[in-house]
Design a protein around this ligand. Structure first.
Ligand SMILES: Nc1ncnc2c1ncn2[C@@H]1O[C@H](COP(=O)(O)OP(=O)(O)OP(=O)(O)O)[C@@H](O)[C@H]1O
Ligand SMILES: [Mg+2]
Length: 267
């Protein structure tokens, strides 16, 4: 069996936005947010995506999971092409790939209890589970991400940013996806809390051999966690290499500039 989990080939994403200063609403400007990006992930691999703000990192992630429609190119998960799936087929395929977001509180429904938030993916993907079985899984998950099962009936606004991100991780993890996409999961958190969330993601990666696609601005995290790195600038990939080579022998000027902007390089 192949060890390749995700294959992205020549992925492009265009957005059409109303033309500035035009009186004709049908005239659109094209923004090419992602331009011919290709990379692969092995099962259990951690891949980092770095690049300045607006370079297209989130759009790549959203196109993989189907939240943004690709304009061209291919995305294969376990050799299954995802870009031409119908909505309900894509929904099924999403069991194997889950995503967590930059703003943990905003990504949780404020009207739902923790128990219901974490149980929701189970209701979709494992409808055969009884209520008790579901509750047991939710409780296990809460404890696994460092929360308490006594919190099951509480609401997101009662928790800190770090705790909300743990809830997001629990919701993503409960269906045991093979790929976890993390879009700047720690940017909105304090330094110490950031380290705890990264530690949790590393544990999950090892424990479940779960591949992680990690979008980050933090090169210390890249150095500590990622096996390969994809550098994106203006929607194009400027460098794609193993992490050690990227730090020791960056090939492109843009990568050198990014690395030079780090206050102190990790060893
Ligand atoms: N829904 C959308 N409609 C129109 N343009 C969009 C949309 N989403 C993103 N863009 C544009 O696509 C480009 C890439 O945006 P994206 O959010 O992917 O960047 P990013 O690398 O994730 O940035 P950041 O580091 O700030 O999160 C930007 O120019 C952005 O304005
Ligand atoms: Mg982004």
């Amino acid at each position: 069996m192949s060890d390749v989990l995700l294959e992205v080939n020549n992925l492009s994403v265009d957005f059409y936005i109303p033309k500035k200063d035009s009186i004709f609403p049908f005239k659109k400007d094209i923004v090419t947010a992602v331009n011919n990006v290709s990379f692969q992930m092995q099962k259990g691999e951690v891949l980092g995506i770095v690049g300045e703000s607006g370079s297209g990192k989130s759009t790549i992630a959203r196109a993989i999971i189907g939240l943004n429609k690709s304009t061209s190119g291919s995305v294969k998960l376990n050799q299954q092409e995802l870009t031409d799936l119908h909505a309900h087929q894509l929904r099924l395929a999403r069991k194997d790939m889950q995503m967590i977001f930059q703003d943990p509180l905003a990504s949780l429904d404020p009207r739902m209890t923790l128990g219901n938030i974490i149980a929701e993916p189970l209701k979709i993907y494992e409808p055969e589970l009884s209520k008790q079985e579901r509750r047991k899984k939710v409780e296990e998950m809460l404890e696994r991400v460092g929360l308490s099962k006594n919190m099951i009936n509480r609401y997101p606004h009662e928790f800190s940013g770090g705790q909300c991100q743990r809830i997001g991780v629990a919701r993503a993890l409960v269906v045991r996806p093979q790929l976890l996409i993390c879009d700047e999961p720690t940017t909105a958190l304090d330094m110490t809390i950031q380290a705890q969330i990264i530690e949790l993601l590393q544990q999950i990666n090892r424990e479940f051999n779960m591949a992680i696609l990690l979008i980050t601005h933090d090169f210390r995290v890249v150095a500590g966690m990622c096996e390969h790195v994809l550098v994106i600038q203006h929607g194009k990939q400027v460098e794609y290499s193993d992490t050690l080579s990227l730090f020791c022998q960056p090939q492109e000027n843009y990568t050198k500039e990014l690395l030079a902007s780090i206050p102190r390089l990790p060893d």
